[in-house]
Design a protein around this ligand. Structure first.
Ligand code: GRF
Length: 221
């Protein structure tokens, strides 16, 4: 069965672009069946239009409450019957009620080595903390921000003289293959997001998988 992906994005959409290209190349056994956004003018929504993918985007201030916005967006997500929901640069906090509609079916890519640096400005904070390593994590979305079980991580070195911008660029170059490998692993069944446990090749996952130089996921050494 081909994995039906719903992608949530607020920004330029480079992760979405990487997913669309990987599905088109057949590197992911699945397809993007909808793109959803709180930013109608975002690059991600423009990209969905160019790719001919169904898109839903509304400004949250058109709704009375946060929950009302979430309810409308997640009704639209429900309508495309996704197997997996991918938050790829979706910058708005999702309420617990909406998250509970898709237990273990929603993942997020976050630009840090979680549990370090949840929230915003992760690259600047990694520099300020003097971290020798930084990177990106793919995790399951739970109501607590950036706190769900981590499925996989990509690590990059921090160089002397790095700025938040140079570090962000180094991380982004590994974010894309990390997200693609993670989604491909779910699509192939190698990575299973079961209610009782996350399983990698049939065994419960004890530590996040690592993205290797070969752009494939490997069990932590
Ligand atoms: C990525 O760094 C993602 O991890 C973060 O926002 C950025 C989105 O980039 N949460 P893009 O819109 O996919 O280009």
């Amino acid at each position: 069965m081909s994995l039906r992906l719903a992608v949530l994005a607020s920004g330029r959409g480079s992760n979405l672009g990487a997913l669309l290209a990987a599905c088109a190349r057949g590197c992911i056994h699945g397809g993007v069946v909808g793109v959803f956004s709180d930013k109608p003018l975002s690059g991600a929504i423009a990209l969905a239009g160019e790719a001919g993918v169904h898109a839903w985007a509304m400004k949250p201030n058109a709704f009375e409450t946060r929950d009302a916005f979430d309810a409308a967006m997640f009704d639209a997500i429900d309508a495309v019957q996704p197997d997996l929901i991918v938050c790829a640069g979706y910058m708005r906090i999702i309420g617990a009620v909406a998250i509970a509609r898709f237990p273990n079916r929603m993942i997020n890519i976050h630009p840090s080595l979680l549990p370090r640096h949840t929230g915003l400005h992760t690259h600047q904070r990694a520099l300020e903390a003097g971290d020798a390593e930084h990177g990106a994590s793919v995790h399951i979305v739970i109501p607590e921000l950036d706190a769900g079980p981590v499925l996989a991580q990509a690590r990059v070195p921090v160089h002397g003289g790095d700025t938040a911008e140079t570090l962000a660029a180094r991380v982004l170059a590994r974010e894309h293959p990390l997200l693609l490998a993670s989604v491909a692993a779910v699509a192939s069944g190698a990575l299973r997001l079961d209610a009782d446990a996350i399983r990698w090749q049939g065994a419960p996952l004890r530590e996040p998988l690592r993205l290797g130089d070969d752009d494939r996921l490997h069990a932590a050494p």
